[in-house]
Ligand binder design. Structure first.
Ligand code: HEM
Length: 205
């Protein structure tokens, strides 16, 4: 039977997920201030990168999950998941700008251009910005549903770019396990959408 939470239950689910999404950050802060890390800067850059990618996958998973379970309320979690993706992406970018370049924007941009895996990560992050900015109800109204939907399809480009960034970085270390796993997850989540879009088009003719 389809689970359909009342508005108070939905609020509780959202509050729990909000707290859960902050746990990785709390862990990073705790491990850093308690001096348990050998390479704190490297750890934070990597952990924020990992969580940006995980949350991107969670955001992409909500629509297929909703379709497969019939839990339509899952759509109401999409904005929060997307904004947390952006939040961790911003922290990831900030750690790079801070720890690698001490806020020297010109030096950071030179590095972005010079190292292809960073170029790709940077493009993915820049593309996330318009999605975060237009996530409010007011912006949805201003843009109109159709245009908003088109803009938010950028996520289908951002996700492969994020995988390419991860793949490229790990290729330098000849370690493809994690990029392969996350790449397969993204391929499945995007592949399901293609399949359903084709079925819908076929049903129309
Ligand atoms: C959607 C945007 C992005 C995603 C999903 C993402 C994801 C990741 C992931 C998963 C890693 C590997 C972490 C690990 O080793 O476990 C990583 C590493 C890295 N990312 Fe990103 N990234 C993004 C954007 C950026 C941007 C904008 C920059 C800088 C301009 C950047 C710079 C780096 C660097 C320098 C590393 C390597 C750290 C190291 O070698 O230790 N990333 N990123």
């Amino acid at each position: 039977m389809a689970f359909n939470p009342a508005s108070r239950q939905l609020l509780a689910i959202k509050a729990a997920l909000f707290a859960l999404a902050l746990l990785p950050l709390a862990r990073m802060v705790y491990l850093t201030v308690s001096g348990q890390l050998v390479e704190p800067l490297e750890f934070i850059t990597r952990a924020t990168g990992d969580w940006t990618l995980y949350l991107l996958c969670v955001t992409l998973a909500l629509t297929p999950l909703r379709r497969l379970t019939g839990w339509n309320w899952l759509v109401k979690l999409r904005r929060m998941a997307g904004l947390f993706t952006f939040f961790y992406g911003f922290l990831h970018f900030l750690t790079f700008l801070w720890f690698d370049h001490f806020f020297d924007v010109a030096a950071m941009l030179r590095d972005v251009v010079k190292r292809p895996f960073i170029t790709v990560g940077f493009i993915a992050f820049v593309l996330l910005i318009p999605l975060a900015v237009t996530s409010t109800n007011g912006m949805i109204k201003r843009l109109g549903g159709k245009r908003w939907q088109w803009l938010h399809r950028l996520i289908y480009l951002i996700a492969p770019l994020a995988i390419l960034h991860f793949w490229w970085m790990k290729a330098g270390k000849n370690n493809f396990t994690e990029p392969l796993i996350t790449g397969a997850i993204v391929a499945l989540l995007l592949g399901l959408r293609v399949l359903w879009a084709r079925q819908k088009a076929a049903a129309r003719v």
